[in-house]
Design a protein around this ligand. Structure first.
Ligand code: NAP
Length: 269
């Protein structure tokens, strides 16, 4: 009986999670598998019921459109419902229950964990699920005022209030304020979406520009930041970071992060 985990979503064929987890399983020579399984919204309850009784199943990652709905089917020992409001990982808790957690916030933070953002201003573009994970992480490190730019500013105002953050919200065409960190947590810049067109000139020379989009990896935003000589972080760092935390929960082993360069090469093929 080979232990396995999987990623569920609808659609799911595009997911890079199987490549990442299989790479680590192979590197560690662990007996295990990681699959991609399409689960439609009306199949979610039956899915968890079935997997609960499958002793080989170690858990799953969750992607669009199930990140919020899955919370109704599992325990929430970390209080994710009240904080981020969405889960991306389900695993077997030591109590035997299925437990949900969200590794996106820690995955987002891991590539910039050396940064001291306390009291410093930040800008976040977007107000969806990824933005919630980013804002949660920024709240935890005591960030200063946060400006959220979003197509629907009202949604952004709700987020700012729910995280108890000081700052303001604006539409996407507003002038960028000065900030230590600019994060794109919107779908803009993704293949098939319009580009994120921001004038980066108000940013100081030591600002960091972080784009969560990983398809394409080199977005117009990151190119503009590099042209200005700013430090950049791309979406693969977060993708690998959130997967690493889930891998430990599934397979009880630390992924070989010293092999990240080879993994990045594989993901960029
Ligand atoms: P989501 O919940 O659907 O939110 C999408 C966000 O993008 C919203 O703020 C939405 O604005 C905005 N948006 C979408 N289409 C737009 C358009 N045509 N014009 C202007 N704004 C638009 O999605 P999500 O889960 O937060 O994901 C957002 C991005 O983060 C995606 O690119 C995803 O691939 C990326 N992501 C990366 C990682 C990683 O590990 N690197 C992890 C999670 C997500 P409204 O509020 O106005 O609708």
């Amino acid at each position: 009986m080979t232990p396995y985990a999987e990623v569920i979503g609808d659609p799911i064929a595009h997911s890079k999670s199987p490549l990442i987890h299989r790479f680590w399983l192979e590197q560690l020579r662990l007996d295990g598998d990681y699959r991609a399984t399409r689960v439609a919204p009306d199949e979610l309850a039956a899915y968890f019921e079935k997997r609960r009784g499958d002793p080989a199943w170690r858990g799953c990652n969750i992607t669009i459109p199930h990140k919020e709905a899955a919370l109704a089917h599992v325990a929430d020992p970390g209080g994710v419902r009240a904080s981020i409001g969405a889960i991306n990982t389900v695993f077997r808790h030591e109590s035997g229950d299925l437990a949900g957690t969200n590794t996106d916030a820690a995955g987002f933070w891991s590539p910039i964990s050396a940064l001291d953002l306390s009291g410093l201003p930040a800008v976040v573009v977007g107000a969806g699920g990824a933005a919630r994970a980013v804002l949660f992480a920024l709240t935890r490190v005591g960030v200063g005022p946060v400006t959220i730019l979003n197509r629907t500013p009202l949604k952004a105002a709700g987020l700012l209030a729910s995280f108890g953050l000081k700052g303001n919200v604006a539409a996407l065409d507003a002038k960028l304020p000065s900030a230590a960190l600019l994060v794109n947590a919107s779908a803009l810049g993704m293949t098939g979406q319009p580009p994120l067109d921001l004038d980066l000139s108000p940013l100081p020379n030591d600002a960091i520009v972080y784009d969560l989009v990983y398809a394409p990896l080199q977005t117009g935003l990151l190119r503009a930041a590099e042209d200005r000589g700013l430090e950049t972080v791309d979406g693969l760092d977060m993708l690998i970071g959130q997967a690493a935390l889930a891998f430990e929960l599934f397979f009880d082993a630390e992924p070989p992060r010293e092999r990240d360069d080879a993994l990045r090469d594989l993901l960029m093929q």
